[in-house]
Design a protein around this ligand. Structure first.
Ligand code: SAM
Ligand code: SF4
Ligand code: FES
Length: 344
Protein backbone atom coordinates (compact mmCIF):
# COMPACT_ATOMS: atom_id res chain seq x y z
CA UNK A 1 0.00 0.00 0.00
CA UNK A 2 2.74 2.46 0.99
CA UNK A 3 4.42 1.96 -2.37
CA UNK A 4 1.20 2.54 -4.27
CA UNK A 5 0.53 5.74 -2.35
CA UNK A 6 4.08 6.97 -2.90
CA UNK A 7 3.76 6.30 -6.64
CA UNK A 8 0.38 8.07 -6.79
CA UNK A 9 1.87 11.13 -5.04
CA UNK A 10 4.75 11.19 -7.55
CA UNK A 11 3.09 10.31 -10.88
CA UNK A 12 -0.59 11.16 -10.22
CA UNK A 13 -1.55 7.99 -12.04
CA UNK A 14 -3.10 4.75 -10.78
CA UNK A 15 -5.09 2.03 -12.50
CA UNK A 16 -8.73 1.27 -11.75
CA UNK A 17 -7.57 -1.85 -9.94
CA UNK A 18 -5.13 0.09 -7.75
CA UNK A 19 -7.62 2.83 -6.86
CA UNK A 20 -10.20 0.19 -5.96
CA UNK A 21 -7.73 -1.52 -3.63
CA UNK A 22 -6.90 1.71 -1.80
CA UNK A 23 -10.54 2.75 -1.49
CA UNK A 24 -11.37 -0.63 0.02
CA UNK A 25 -8.50 -0.48 2.55
CA UNK A 26 -9.40 1.30 5.82
CA UNK A 27 -5.81 0.75 6.99
CA UNK A 28 -4.55 2.98 4.14
CA UNK A 29 -6.52 6.02 5.32
CA UNK A 30 -3.90 7.88 7.38
CA UNK A 31 -1.08 7.32 4.88
CA UNK A 32 -3.35 8.46 2.04
CA UNK A 33 -4.31 11.60 3.98
CA UNK A 34 -0.67 12.46 4.75
CA UNK A 35 0.37 12.02 1.12
CA UNK A 36 -2.63 14.02 -0.12
CA UNK A 37 -1.93 16.83 2.34
CA UNK A 38 1.63 17.11 1.03
CA UNK A 39 0.46 17.12 -2.62
CA UNK A 40 -2.18 19.73 -1.73
CA UNK A 41 0.48 21.98 -0.21
CA UNK A 42 2.81 21.54 -3.18
CA UNK A 43 0.22 22.21 -5.91
CA UNK A 44 -2.36 24.59 -4.43
CA UNK A 45 -0.67 25.90 -1.29
CA UNK A 46 -1.95 26.61 2.22
CA UNK A 47 -4.69 29.06 1.22
CA UNK A 48 -8.25 27.86 1.73
CA UNK A 49 -10.79 29.34 -0.66
CA UNK A 50 -14.12 30.29 0.84
CA UNK A 51 -17.16 30.34 -1.43
CA UNK A 52 -20.31 31.94 -0.07
CA UNK A 53 -23.26 29.61 -0.71
CA UNK A 54 -26.62 31.22 -1.51
CA UNK A 55 -29.49 28.70 -1.46
CA UNK A 56 -31.98 30.80 -3.40
CA UNK A 57 -34.83 28.37 -4.16
CA UNK A 58 -35.77 24.92 -2.92
CA UNK A 59 -38.36 24.37 -5.65
CA UNK A 60 -37.41 21.48 -7.91
CA UNK A 61 -38.97 19.75 -10.90
CA UNK A 62 -36.77 16.66 -10.44
CA UNK A 63 -37.39 13.72 -8.17
CA UNK A 64 -33.98 12.40 -7.08
CA UNK A 65 -34.54 9.54 -4.62
CA UNK A 66 -32.09 10.87 -2.01
CA UNK A 67 -32.92 14.56 -1.93
CA UNK A 68 -35.38 16.35 0.34
CA UNK A 69 -36.08 18.95 -2.34
CA UNK A 70 -37.50 16.32 -4.76
CA UNK A 71 -40.84 17.39 -6.22
CA UNK A 72 -42.78 14.54 -4.58
CA UNK A 73 -41.76 15.63 -1.08
CA UNK A 74 -44.77 17.50 0.29
CA UNK A 75 -43.18 17.96 3.71
CA UNK A 76 -40.59 20.51 2.70
CA UNK A 77 -41.71 24.17 3.01
CA UNK A 78 -40.98 25.66 -0.38
CA UNK A 79 -39.50 29.11 -0.93
CA UNK A 80 -37.94 31.18 -3.66
CA UNK A 81 -35.94 34.39 -3.18
CA UNK A 82 -36.50 37.20 -5.63
CA UNK A 83 -33.75 38.79 -7.68
CA UNK A 84 -33.25 41.74 -5.29
CA UNK A 85 -32.93 39.41 -2.29
CA UNK A 86 -30.37 37.23 -4.10
CA UNK A 87 -28.28 40.23 -5.13
CA UNK A 88 -28.54 41.63 -1.58
CA UNK A 89 -27.11 38.36 -0.19
CA UNK A 90 -24.29 38.50 -2.72
CA UNK A 91 -23.52 42.07 -1.67
CA UNK A 92 -23.40 40.98 1.98
CA UNK A 93 -21.15 38.06 1.05
CA UNK A 94 -18.79 40.53 -0.55
CA UNK A 95 -18.94 42.54 2.69
CA UNK A 96 -17.83 39.47 4.66
CA UNK A 97 -14.82 39.20 2.37
CA UNK A 98 -15.97 36.40 0.06
CA UNK A 99 -14.59 36.54 -3.48
CA UNK A 100 -16.97 33.95 -4.90
CA UNK A 101 -20.66 33.27 -4.47
CA UNK A 102 -22.28 29.97 -5.37
CA UNK A 103 -25.90 30.34 -6.46
CA UNK A 104 -27.56 27.01 -5.76
CA UNK A 105 -31.18 25.86 -6.11
CA UNK A 106 -33.47 23.07 -7.12
CA UNK A 107 -34.32 22.92 -10.81
CA UNK A 108 -36.76 25.81 -10.55
CA UNK A 109 -38.32 26.73 -13.91
CA UNK A 110 -39.23 30.20 -12.59
CA UNK A 111 -35.59 31.10 -13.10
CA UNK A 112 -35.65 31.24 -16.88
CA UNK A 113 -32.41 31.66 -18.76
CA UNK A 114 -32.93 35.41 -19.02
CA UNK A 115 -34.02 35.93 -15.38
CA UNK A 116 -30.96 34.19 -13.99
CA UNK A 117 -28.70 35.91 -16.54
CA UNK A 118 -29.92 39.28 -15.25
CA UNK A 119 -29.08 38.24 -11.68
CA UNK A 120 -25.62 37.03 -12.72
CA UNK A 121 -24.95 40.38 -14.44
CA UNK A 122 -25.89 42.30 -11.32
CA UNK A 123 -23.66 40.14 -9.13
CA UNK A 124 -20.73 40.33 -11.54
CA UNK A 125 -20.98 44.12 -11.30
CA UNK A 126 -19.99 43.65 -7.61
CA UNK A 127 -16.67 42.12 -8.75
CA UNK A 128 -17.41 38.64 -7.43
CA UNK A 129 -16.71 35.30 -9.12
CA UNK A 130 -20.02 33.52 -9.73
CA UNK A 131 -20.57 29.79 -9.56
CA UNK A 132 -23.93 28.41 -10.64
CA UNK A 133 -25.37 25.13 -9.37
CA UNK A 134 -28.90 24.96 -10.69
CA UNK A 135 -29.01 21.63 -12.51
CA UNK A 136 -29.49 20.53 -16.09
CA UNK A 137 -30.27 23.13 -18.76
CA UNK A 138 -29.81 23.49 -22.51
CA UNK A 139 -26.52 24.48 -24.07
CA UNK A 140 -28.10 27.79 -25.14
CA UNK A 141 -29.03 28.59 -21.55
CA UNK A 142 -25.57 27.74 -20.27
CA UNK A 143 -24.13 29.94 -23.04
CA UNK A 144 -26.32 32.89 -22.02
CA UNK A 145 -25.25 32.59 -18.39
CA UNK A 146 -21.61 32.32 -19.39
CA UNK A 147 -21.99 35.45 -21.52
CA UNK A 148 -23.58 37.16 -18.50
CA UNK A 149 -20.33 36.48 -16.64
CA UNK A 150 -20.82 33.17 -14.77
CA UNK A 151 -17.37 31.72 -14.11
CA UNK A 152 -18.02 28.22 -12.82
CA UNK A 153 -20.69 25.56 -12.75
CA UNK A 154 -21.24 22.75 -10.28
CA UNK A 155 -23.06 19.68 -11.53
CA UNK A 156 -22.24 16.47 -9.76
CA UNK A 157 -22.36 13.40 -11.95
CA UNK A 158 -23.38 11.72 -8.62
CA UNK A 159 -22.17 8.35 -9.97
CA UNK A 160 -20.61 7.35 -13.30
CA UNK A 161 -22.57 4.09 -13.15
CA UNK A 162 -25.34 4.94 -15.63
CA UNK A 163 -27.74 2.25 -14.37
CA UNK A 164 -27.31 3.34 -10.75
CA UNK A 165 -27.74 7.00 -11.73
CA UNK A 166 -30.96 6.33 -13.59
CA UNK A 167 -32.30 4.19 -10.73
CA UNK A 168 -31.89 6.98 -8.18
CA UNK A 169 -32.58 9.94 -10.46
CA UNK A 170 -35.81 8.75 -12.09
CA UNK A 171 -36.74 10.55 -15.26
CA UNK A 172 -33.19 11.84 -15.73
CA UNK A 173 -30.66 10.40 -18.16
CA UNK A 174 -27.00 9.82 -17.51
CA UNK A 175 -26.30 10.77 -21.12
CA UNK A 176 -27.88 14.19 -20.62
CA UNK A 177 -25.82 14.75 -17.46
CA UNK A 178 -22.68 14.02 -19.52
CA UNK A 179 -23.92 16.32 -22.27
CA UNK A 180 -24.32 19.13 -19.74
CA UNK A 181 -20.74 18.66 -18.48
CA UNK A 182 -19.41 18.63 -22.05
CA UNK A 183 -21.33 21.80 -22.95
CA UNK A 184 -20.17 23.60 -19.81
CA UNK A 185 -16.57 22.73 -20.60
CA UNK A 186 -16.89 23.80 -24.24
CA UNK A 187 -18.39 27.13 -23.16
CA UNK A 188 -15.37 27.92 -21.02
CA UNK A 189 -16.78 27.43 -17.53
CA UNK A 190 -14.62 26.05 -14.77
CA UNK A 191 -16.38 22.73 -14.36
CA UNK A 192 -17.12 21.27 -10.96
CA UNK A 193 -18.59 17.84 -10.54
CA UNK A 194 -18.47 15.02 -7.99
CA UNK A 195 -19.98 11.92 -6.44
CA UNK A 196 -22.54 11.09 -3.82
CA UNK A 197 -20.87 8.46 -1.65
CA UNK A 198 -22.97 5.61 -0.33
CA UNK A 199 -25.73 5.11 -2.89
CA UNK A 200 -27.02 1.57 -2.32
CA UNK A 201 -25.33 -0.66 -4.93
CA UNK A 202 -22.27 1.60 -5.37
CA UNK A 203 -18.97 -0.09 -4.53
CA UNK A 204 -15.27 0.80 -4.42
CA UNK A 205 -14.78 -0.10 -8.08
CA UNK A 206 -17.59 2.23 -9.10
CA UNK A 207 -15.98 5.06 -7.10
CA UNK A 208 -12.61 4.28 -8.69
CA UNK A 209 -14.27 4.73 -12.08
CA UNK A 210 -15.65 8.07 -10.89
CA UNK A 211 -12.11 9.26 -10.08
CA UNK A 212 -10.81 8.13 -13.48
CA UNK A 213 -13.72 9.98 -15.11
CA UNK A 214 -12.80 13.20 -13.26
CA UNK A 215 -9.22 12.78 -14.49
CA UNK A 216 -10.40 12.13 -18.02
CA UNK A 217 -12.55 15.28 -18.19
CA UNK A 218 -9.86 17.23 -16.28
CA UNK A 219 -12.42 18.49 -13.75
CA UNK A 220 -11.53 21.87 -12.25
CA UNK A 221 -13.42 21.11 -9.05
CA UNK A 222 -14.55 17.86 -7.50
CA UNK A 223 -17.00 17.99 -4.61
CA UNK A 224 -17.94 14.74 -2.99
CA UNK A 225 -20.05 14.04 0.04
CA UNK A 226 -21.62 11.14 1.89
CA UNK A 227 -25.29 10.35 1.39
CA UNK A 228 -27.26 11.45 4.43
CA UNK A 229 -30.55 9.54 4.36
CA UNK A 230 -33.62 11.75 4.44
CA UNK A 231 -36.70 10.08 5.95
CA UNK A 232 -38.98 12.00 3.58
CA UNK A 233 -37.40 10.36 0.51
CA UNK A 234 -37.32 6.83 -0.98
CA UNK A 235 -33.72 6.41 0.26
CA UNK A 236 -34.73 7.34 3.81
CA UNK A 237 -33.97 3.82 5.07
CA UNK A 238 -30.52 3.56 3.45
CA UNK A 239 -27.33 3.50 5.53
CA UNK A 240 -25.48 6.83 5.63
CA UNK A 241 -22.41 7.14 3.41
CA UNK A 242 -19.19 6.09 5.15
CA UNK A 243 -17.18 9.09 6.38
CA UNK A 244 -13.89 7.17 6.22
CA UNK A 245 -14.49 5.96 2.69
CA UNK A 246 -15.34 9.55 1.74
CA UNK A 247 -12.10 10.71 3.34
CA UNK A 248 -10.05 8.14 1.40
CA UNK A 249 -11.83 9.25 -1.75
CA UNK A 250 -10.92 12.92 -1.11
CA UNK A 251 -7.27 11.96 -0.56
CA UNK A 252 -7.16 9.89 -3.74
CA UNK A 253 -8.77 12.74 -5.67
CA UNK A 254 -5.99 15.07 -4.50
CA UNK A 255 -3.29 12.55 -5.43
CA UNK A 256 -4.72 11.98 -8.89
CA UNK A 257 -6.02 15.50 -9.70
CA UNK A 258 -3.36 17.52 -7.89
CA UNK A 259 -4.45 20.95 -9.20
CA UNK A 260 -8.17 20.60 -8.67
CA UNK A 261 -10.17 22.63 -6.20
CA UNK A 262 -11.57 20.13 -3.70
CA UNK A 263 -14.08 21.25 -1.08
CA UNK A 264 -14.59 19.91 2.41
CA UNK A 265 -18.35 19.66 2.07
CA UNK A 266 -21.03 20.39 4.64
CA UNK A 267 -22.37 16.81 4.63
CA UNK A 268 -19.01 15.58 6.01
CA UNK A 269 -19.55 17.69 9.09
CA UNK A 270 -23.11 16.46 9.51
CA UNK A 271 -21.66 12.96 9.98
CA UNK A 272 -18.60 13.84 12.10
CA UNK A 273 -18.13 16.98 14.25
CA UNK A 274 -15.18 18.94 12.84
CA UNK A 275 -15.31 16.66 9.80
CA UNK A 276 -14.46 19.58 7.53
CA UNK A 277 -11.17 20.21 9.32
CA UNK A 278 -10.25 16.56 8.98
CA UNK A 279 -11.03 16.70 5.27
CA UNK A 280 -9.05 19.96 4.88
CA UNK A 281 -6.02 18.11 6.21
CA UNK A 282 -6.68 15.12 3.91
CA UNK A 283 -6.40 16.89 0.57
CA UNK A 284 -9.17 19.52 0.43
CA UNK A 285 -8.61 23.28 -0.10
CA UNK A 286 -12.09 24.82 -0.37
CA UNK A 287 -15.01 25.42 2.03
CA UNK A 288 -18.44 26.73 1.09
CA UNK A 289 -19.90 28.51 4.13
CA UNK A 290 -23.57 29.28 3.98
CA UNK A 291 -24.58 32.90 3.37
CA UNK A 292 -28.31 32.17 3.17
CA UNK A 293 -30.18 34.00 5.92
CA UNK A 294 -32.82 33.15 8.50
CA UNK A 295 -35.30 30.34 8.14
CA UNK A 296 -34.38 29.65 4.52
CA UNK A 297 -31.33 27.73 5.76
CA UNK A 298 -33.57 25.24 7.53
CA UNK A 299 -35.98 25.03 4.61
CA UNK A 300 -33.21 24.14 2.15
CA UNK A 301 -33.43 20.66 3.65
CA UNK A 302 -31.63 18.17 1.45
CA UNK A 303 -31.11 15.93 4.47
CA UNK A 304 -31.68 16.04 8.23
CA UNK A 305 -29.06 17.28 10.68
CA UNK A 306 -27.78 20.03 8.38
CA UNK A 307 -25.20 22.13 10.23
CA UNK A 308 -25.41 25.89 10.86
CA UNK A 309 -29.19 26.17 10.45
CA UNK A 310 -29.38 28.44 13.52
CA UNK A 311 -26.24 30.43 12.67
CA UNK A 312 -25.95 33.67 10.77
CA UNK A 313 -23.70 34.28 7.75
CA UNK A 314 -21.44 36.35 10.02
CA UNK A 315 -21.18 33.42 12.47
CA UNK A 316 -20.17 31.02 9.70
CA UNK A 317 -17.60 33.40 8.25
CA UNK A 318 -15.97 34.00 11.63
CA UNK A 319 -16.19 30.33 12.58
CA UNK A 320 -14.53 29.08 9.39
CA UNK A 321 -11.85 31.78 9.48
CA UNK A 322 -10.89 30.72 13.01
CA UNK A 323 -10.93 27.03 12.21
CA UNK A 324 -8.76 27.51 9.13
CA UNK A 325 -6.20 29.56 11.07
CA UNK A 326 -6.17 26.92 13.83
CA UNK A 327 -5.00 24.42 11.20
CA UNK A 328 -2.04 26.67 10.38
CA UNK A 329 -3.64 27.62 7.06
CA UNK A 330 -5.08 30.94 5.87
CA UNK A 331 -8.13 32.23 4.03
CA UNK A 332 -7.01 32.87 0.44
CA UNK A 333 -7.43 36.46 -0.70
CA UNK A 334 -7.83 35.79 -4.44
CA UNK A 335 -10.82 34.50 -6.39
CA UNK A 336 -9.46 30.97 -6.36
CA UNK A 337 -9.55 30.00 -10.01
CA UNK A 338 -8.18 26.56 -10.76
CA UNK A 339 -4.41 26.63 -11.09
CA UNK A 340 -2.68 25.13 -14.10
CA UNK A 341 0.83 23.72 -13.95
CA UNK A 342 1.13 25.05 -10.42
CA UNK A 343 3.46 22.52 -8.74
CA UNK A 344 6.01 24.37 -6.67
N1 SAM B 1 -30.38 20.86 -8.13
C1 SAM B 1 -29.00 20.98 -8.44
C2 SAM B 1 -28.39 19.63 -8.76
O1 SAM B 1 -28.98 18.61 -8.41
O2 SAM B 1 -27.31 19.63 -9.36
C3 SAM B 1 -28.19 21.63 -7.33
C4 SAM B 1 -28.68 21.44 -5.93
S1 SAM B 1 -28.56 19.75 -5.31
C5 SAM B 1 -29.44 19.90 -3.81
C6 SAM B 1 -26.83 19.66 -4.84
C7 SAM B 1 -26.32 18.30 -4.42
O3 SAM B 1 -26.92 17.90 -3.19
C8 SAM B 1 -26.62 17.15 -5.33
O4 SAM B 1 -25.69 17.09 -6.39
C9 SAM B 1 -26.53 15.93 -4.41
O5 SAM B 1 -25.30 15.23 -4.57
C10 SAM B 1 -26.57 16.56 -3.00
N2 SAM B 1 -27.58 15.89 -2.14
C11 SAM B 1 -28.89 15.83 -2.34
N3 SAM B 1 -29.49 15.07 -1.39
C12 SAM B 1 -28.51 14.64 -0.55
C13 SAM B 1 -28.48 13.81 0.61
N4 SAM B 1 -29.59 13.25 1.10
N5 SAM B 1 -27.29 13.59 1.20
C14 SAM B 1 -26.16 14.15 0.72
N6 SAM B 1 -26.12 14.93 -0.38
C15 SAM B 1 -27.29 15.18 -1.03
FE1 SF4 C 1 -33.63 18.64 -7.36
FE2 SF4 C 1 -30.94 18.74 -7.24
FE3 SF4 C 1 -32.39 17.66 -5.24
FE4 SF4 C 1 -32.24 16.36 -7.55
S1 SF4 C 1 -30.52 16.81 -6.15
S2 SF4 C 1 -34.13 16.70 -6.35
S3 SF4 C 1 -32.20 18.06 -9.00
S4 SF4 C 1 -32.39 19.79 -5.88
FE1 FES D 1 -21.47 27.82 10.27
FE2 FES D 1 -19.31 27.09 11.88
S1 FES D 1 -19.48 27.14 9.67
S2 FES D 1 -21.16 28.17 12.45
Amino acid sequence: MEQLIERAARTHRLTEEEITRLLAAPEAEEALARAADAVRRRYVGDGVHLRGLIEFSNICRQDCCYCGLRRENARVERYRLDADAIVALARKAKGYGYQTVVLQSGEDAHFTAERLAAIVRRIKALDLAVTLSVGERSRETYALWRAAGADRYLLRIETTDAALYERYDPGMSHENRLRCLRDLRALGYEVGTGSLIGLPGQDARSLARDILFYQEIDADMVGIGPLIPNGDTPLGGAAPGDFHLTRRMVSLLRLLLPEANIPATTAMETLVPHGRELILTSGANVVMPNVTEGDYRRKYALYPGKICVADTPADCRACMGGRIRALGRYVAADKGYRRHGAAR
